[in-house]
Structure formats: C-alpha cells, structure tokens
Design a protein around this ligand. Structure first.
Ligand code: ADP
Ligand code: GLC
Length: 473
C-alpha cells in the first residue's frame, strides 16, 4: 500500500501544536507497520536548514491563478519517513506559519503543488491522507482528477479532523481563481454563504476520521458541530475515531535528552531530580514535598484556561506550586504575569513557545491541568501519563478516551476527571488529587498506572491501515 500524508505542519520541520506532532509521527509509524508512506509539507522560514537532505526538484512548475509559478522541493528523512518540503518563499517564508488573511490561498497552493509533485513522481498512490482544513482543497481536486486521469483512478482520500473549530473560510468568489469554479467544486465548498475548506474535505473525501472516539461523537451534535454536524451525521458510516499515538522516541523519560535525570515506571528517583531542577530553573524555593501543578498550552478559549484562573487561588492556598508555559491570548498572558507578581515564591511562568521547557515541565511536575472546553485528542495528557505526572482533565474528546479517574478501592485509574465545565467541579478534583498526593504509596500507584499505558503510534498506525483498506470496500 502506498500512502502520501499531507499536512500544513509536521515535526521536526514545523509545529504550532498537536497537528505537527501527529503529522510528523504518522508516516514513520506507517512505515513501521509495512506501509510505503511519504510526507508532504510546506517549507517554512521556521524549518531548520540542517534538516534538509538535498534539493529534489529545482523547478516544479505549477499553474496558479492563470500563470505559472515555480517551486522547489527539498527532500528529507529527518521525520523517519521520506519527506518532500515545498519551497515557495512568497507563500511560506513568513514570520509565522499561520495568521494571514490569505491563508486559504497559501494552503490551496500547497495542496495543488503536492498533487503536481505526486503526479510527477509517476507512481500511483493508493491513499492520500489529508489533515484538517488546510488539505480540504486536495480532496476536491483528486475527486475531480479521478474522473479522467488514469493516474488517480484508484487513489482514495482519507480526511482527518484534528480540530473542527478552524474551518478555513473565505469568499465564494475566490473559488474560480483557485481552480474550483465548476459546479462540483462549488457544491463541495459552499457553506453558510461562504466557501469552507473544512466542509470541502468532509464532503469529498472517501473516508473521514477524527483523533478520538468521543470527539467523533461530539462533532455530530449541534453544540460541537460548528454548523457541520449535519454533514458528519450524514457521513457517519464513513467517520471513525482513532486516538493519536505518542512518539516515544521523542517523549520518553528514560531517554529524553532535555532532562537532567531519567526515570521509568520501576524507578522514579530521577523524577525527583527533574522536579528539583525545574524549581531551580524558575528560581522557586526547593520544597520538594509540595506538589507542582503545571500547564503547557496554547492560550485559547478551547483550553479552558479560565477554569485555571478561577481555581488557582485555592491551589496556591494549599502551599502548592504552579508552573505554566504558554502563549496566545493577551488576556491570559497578562493574568499569568499578574499571578507571578502576586505569588513569586509559588508561581513560575514562561510566556512563549519552548519545546525543551515543555519536556522539562512534563518531567518535573506532579500534576498536569487540562480542563479543556473541547479537546479533539490532546497530547499533553498522554505525555504526562508517560512522565509520571498525573493529569486532571475534563471528560471531553480525547481526554475522556485516555484518562481514567483513579479509584482508591480497586487501585485502577491514571488521573482525575470531571464532567461539567465548572470551577467547583474542577476544584473537587484538585482536592482529590492532593489528598492522594499526600499518601506516597497511593500516588506511586496512580503514577505507575499511567506510565505503563501503551499509547504508542504502532496501535494507531494499524487502525489507520484498516481504515485505508476500508476505502476499497
Ligand atoms: P493542541 O494541538 O490543541 O495545541 P495538543 O495537546 O494536541 O493540543 O498538542 C499541543 C502540543 O504543543 C504538545 O506537543 C505541547 O507540548 C505543545 N505546546 C503547546 N504550547 C506550547 C508552548 N508554549 N511551548 C512548547 N510546546 C507547546
Ligand atoms: C488539534 C487538537 C488537539 C489534537 C491535535 C492533534 O490541535 O486541538 O486536541 O491533539 O490536533 O490531533
């Protein structure tokens, strides 16, 4: 089976969130279960030059808005799978990866260039695996090409929803400029008086998936469907939930090069050293018996940061530490800054993006807070589990699929979980965690229950293979 994975971001080349982690890891995992997979992503200014292996194509000619645009293609295997990075400076060499008015056009170009590249490769694909709205364009283009181009006749598309909240909307009048002026395309994109790349992907892909089982159900309901729940219900026989894996080559406390000490489920002594180092890093007093509550997140409404704002007073009143790494909405950033000023001996903050620190926090903290409003999958709670950092999560999306509330009687469970989006419900779980934290044997048990969970990519990759096979059925 030959599969091309397309994504707007992919580790180690680019990342703003979990999509990058997933798109970077999946092609490698597919190869490990015997699939001939490759990855295609844009080449951004942020991509480190030393990751590029060689220039594969110097002059890829792409018909674009009535003229010919030239792109280059770089080859790399740094992701663990053959990777082609599309280099078109005007489109992709910018200060940030997203956030431009014409993002829809940039990713439409990316999709079209990827299709030209695959065609030029000459070997037909069984599956083109598309991710999020940035790849909705390719679903429509391949559906059209299939009608007359032998090369594409047997290619099937799989579209994975990582976050339905971002839909890539733009004006219908732009469609013809992007090569989608025909009725078939207009139907696919049309949504609520505008064009939606997400809707196009959902409408025209052969198979749909999302990144947890529970999110797969949630988005079929009007409260979480962003106006597209009807389409997801209509296509529910083609919609599957597959929980993301964790790349344990990158997120493994036994080998993680960012940590001052290593540990595993049998010997947690190294974790204490990581905790000490983390407190030192933030110039906090070295009181190792007080728990560290932590958060690593994009500061957006999705992540439920206001529940942390509403409960942080109670957390700090117990004497615990709070360490946060995040960037995003100014108001949340300001809140963190004020909190730091108010309790300088208990609070450590880092506003910005810092990969190394994300690893060090996962390792050094005791409790990880993730009270999301919605969470398609969520990776940090799974990293926390492996690093012996007990997650407190809201029972939504992938958080519900991967965290089980600890039960003192049976000794089962790996974290703490609450339902309603309410501060008092969150606080209850914070106290439940603290109560168990102060009984070291019980706490070890919770940590170990989490550390031995196998969320490896191999499981997820096998499920994708079954999904790919189903496109033939
Ligand atoms: P989402 O993709 O919605 O942001 P996920 O939990 O799936 O949520 O993935 C977030 C990823 O981004 C994780 O790998 C996390 O460590 C990383 N991350 C988020 N914020 C930061 C930050 N400020 N610095 C470093 N890494 C971050
Ligand atoms: C999105 C979601 C997150 C998920 C990630 C990878 O960014 O917000 O929950 O883990 O995609 O699938």
């Amino acid at each position: 089976m030959r599969v091309a994975v397309l994504a707007a971001e992919a580790v180690p080349y680019s990342k703003t969130g979990g999509l990058g982690d997933v798109a970077g890891a999946l092609p490698k995992a597919l190869r490990q279960v015997g699939v001939d997979s490759l990855l295609i992503a844009p080449l951004y200014r942020q991509t480190k030059e030393n990751l590029l292996d060689h220039l594969a194509i110097d002059d890829l000619r792409i018909d674009w808005r009535g003229r010919e645009v030239s792109a280059q293609v770089y080859y790399s295997e740094a992701s663990g799978a053959p990777t082609f990075l599309i280099h078109q400076p005007e489109m992709f060499f910018r200060d940030s990866i997203y956030g431009y008015r014409e993002d829809y056009e940039r990713f439409a170009f990316f999709n079209h260039a990827a299709i030209v590249l695959l065609r030029r490769g000459g070997k037909p694909l069984d599956i083109v695996h598309l991710n999020d709205w940035h790849c909705g364009f390719a679903a429509v283009e391949i559906a059209k090409l299939r009608r007359w181009d032998e090369f594409w006749r047997n290619t099937r598309t799989v579209f994975s929803i990582h976050n339905l909240a971002y839909q890539g909307a733009f004006g219908m009048e732009e469609l013809w400029k992007l090569g989608f002026g025909d009725d078939f395309s207009r139907n696919a994109f049309a949504f609520d008086g505008a064009a939606s790349a997400m809707k196009a992907g959902l409408a025209d892909s052969d198979m749909l998936s999302t990144v947890s089982r529970r999110y797969g159900f949630e988005i079929q309901q009007s409260e979480n469907g962003y106006g597209l729940d009807w389409l997801l219900r209509r296509r529910s026989d083609r919609l599957f939930g597959i929980v993301n894996g964790v790349d344990y080559d990158v997120w493994n406390p036994e080998t993680d090069p960012d940590l001052p000490a290593h540990f595993n489920a049998h010997d947690l002594s190294g974790k204490r050293e990581c905790k000490r180092a983390l407190l030192n890093k933030f110039f906090l007093p070295e009181n190792l018996d007080q728990p560290i509550f932590a958060s690593v997140t994009r500061l957006t409404a999705q992540k439920g940061f206001e529940l942390i704002q509403q409960t942080i007073g109670e957390i700090l009143a117990t004497g615990a530490y709070f360490i946060a790494l995040g960037s995003g909405e100014g108001e949340s950033e300001n809140f963190l800054q004020r909190l730091k000023n108010a309790a300088p001996n208990q609070v450590g903050i880092y506003i910005g993006y810092n990969e190394t620190l994300a690893h060090q926090i996962e390792a050094g903290a005791d409790v990880f807070l993730m009270p999301s409003r919605f969470e398609p999958c969520g990776l940090n709670q799974m990293y926390s589990l492996r690093y012996g950092t007990v997650p407190i999560v809201r029972a939504v999306g992938g958080l519900d699929d991967t965290v089980e509330n600890f039960d003192r009687v049976s000794g089962t469970g790996n974290g703490f979980k609450f339902d309603e989006f309410r501060a008092d419900k969150f606080v209850e779980k914070i106290y439940e965690a603290l109560f168990n934290y102060h009984e070291p044997d019980v706490w070890r048990r919770i940590q170990r229950n989490g550390m031995i969970v196998d969320n490896s990519w191999e499981n997820a990759a096998r499920k994708y293979v079954s999904l790919y096979q189903m496109t033939r059925a």
